[in-house]
Structure formats: C-alpha cells, structure tokens
Design a protein around this ligand. Structure first.
Ligand code: HEM
Length: 220
C-alpha cells in the first residue's frame, strides 16, 4: 500500500499538494477581501468583524495553523518541482519560444517570492503594527490602522504593486489547480480560463479599491 509520503514523492503528488494548498490560499483571500470591504461601511462594521474573528482563540489559531501549514507546503512543493524540472533539463534551450505558456505562468517564480515578501510586510504593518509609518498603531481599531496606513502614498503603491503580482499568480494558479486534479478537457478549458479571470479580477480590484479610496480621501 502506498503511504502519503510515497504519494508526495511523485511529481503528481506534489502537484496535487500545490493544488490543495493553493485552493486554501484562494479561499482565504476571497474571504479576506469580503471582510476588508467592510471598510466602506465605516469603522463600526470593520472593527466588529475584526473583533469577531478573534473572540475564540481556538478558532483563530486553528485557522492560522491551517494557513501557515498550507503556505509552507505550497512553497516547499513549488521549490521541489522547480528543482526536478531544472535537473531534467540541465542545459538552457538555445532558442526558446513560448507555445503553451502565458505571461502569468512564466512569472510564477517571481510573483510567488514577491507575495511571500508582501505577506511578511503586511503582517508587520496591519497585524502586529511593528512597521506602521502612518502613525500610532491601535490594537483594537483596525479601521484606524487601515486608513492611516494607506495615507502613506508609498505604502499604498507597494500594496497595489503586490496586488498586481497577486493577480498574475492567482490567475495562473487557479487555472493550473484544475489541470493538476485532471480537469483538462477542451470542452471545459475555456470555462476554467474564464472562471480564473473573473475570480482574480473580483479579488484584486476589491483589494486595490481600499488604498485607492484612502488616497482619494473617499474613506477617512
Ligand atoms: C488592500 C489589501 C489588504 C488589506 C486592506 C488587508 C487588511 C488586513 C488587516 C486589517 C489585517 C489585520 C486584521 C486584524 O488584526 O484584525 C490583515 C491580516 C492579514 N492579511 Fe490582509 N489585507 C490586504 C491584503 C491581503 C492579501 C493580498 C493577503 C494574502 C495574500 C493578506 C493576508 C493576510 C494575512 C495572512 C493576515 C493575518 C491574519 C491573522 O491575523 O491570522 N492580506 N489584513
């Protein structure tokens, strides 16, 4: 009988791990953007929502543990797949032209690390408050932290750039998630591409609207 470890050792096993952990990440960002959009409803709704998420320590740390495990497994499997592909093709192609790849797929190895750097900065910026150039950080007033945080123009620009990296990574990630679990058929591929495009646009435009609204003083 094959163990989970021998399954993971295969390329298919690693791709399935990438798909499942990517799915958890996409689920998280979809929930996160919905929660964050409460900023447009004012300080009360956003702060109550943030407070609600922290009422149960067991729930908070349970969800955080799943998320941390998903990110670690996603990064490790991506690195191992990249190594396997590099080792199987030790010399660079003399002439290479993209046939079946998109710009999003070719930039995955850059957008992935960029998102890791963004997440580290984001945690220090809006969760811990250790890096909050907008002024005093309040542990209980998330609305205040978001508004003062994005009033600093270069912080907003950095977030918008990170969201553009997220759009490329998410678009290709959602598409290849379906390929990895075997859903690769000319009849469905068009629909999957459309679904990946719509989900990515909704999430990324939702996120970007927040720093833009703060900079335009639509939220204060
Ligand atoms: C404009 C875009 C974003 C805004 C305004 C935003 C806002 C926030 C805020 C206010 C918190 C702290 C919540 C609290 O402590 O109560 C937070 C935490 C977090 N955000 Fe974001 N976020 C954005 C984009 C993202 C993206 C794109 C990702 C992932 C790729 C992300 C991942 C996280 C994570 C992992 C946490 C920590 C959650 C925890 O405390 O366990 N955020 N975000």
């Amino acid at each position: 009988m094959s163990s989970p470890f021998s399954f993971y050792k295969s390329t298919v096993g690693k791709k399935i791990v990438m798909a499942v952990t990517g799915f958890i990440g996409v689920g998280y960002v979809m929930g996160h953007v919905c929660g964050n959009l409460l900023v447009f409803a004012g300080p009360g709704p956003l702060n109550n929502y943030a407070h609600l998420l922290k009422v149960s320590k067991a729930f908070l740390w349970g969800a955080r543990s799943v998320l941390i495990a998903a990110v670690v497994l996603h990064v490790v499997a991506a690195y191992q797949l990249w190594r396997t592909s590099a080792e199987s093709r030790p010399t660079e192609y003399v002439r290479w032209s993209p046939v079946n790849s998109t710009w999003a797929s070719r930039t995955m190895r850059w957008t992935g690390p960029l998102l890791l750097i963004f997440i580290a900065f984001h945690l220090f910026h809006l969760t811990g408050g250790q890096i909050h150039p907008g002024g005093a950080f309040s542990e209980h007033d998330v609305y205040h932290n978001v508004v003062t945080g994005f009033r600093v123009w270069w912080v907003s620009v950095a977030y918008i750039a990170a969201m553009l990296a997220l759009s490329l990574h998410m678009y290709h990630g959602v598409w290849s998630m379906f390929q990895s679990v075997g859903l690769n058929h000319p009849r469905y591929n068009g629909f999957i591409r459309h679904a990946a495009t719509v989900v990515t646009i909704v999430v990324v435009v939702g996120f970007i609207s927040i720093p833009v609204a703060v900079l335009l003083r639509l939220i204060s």
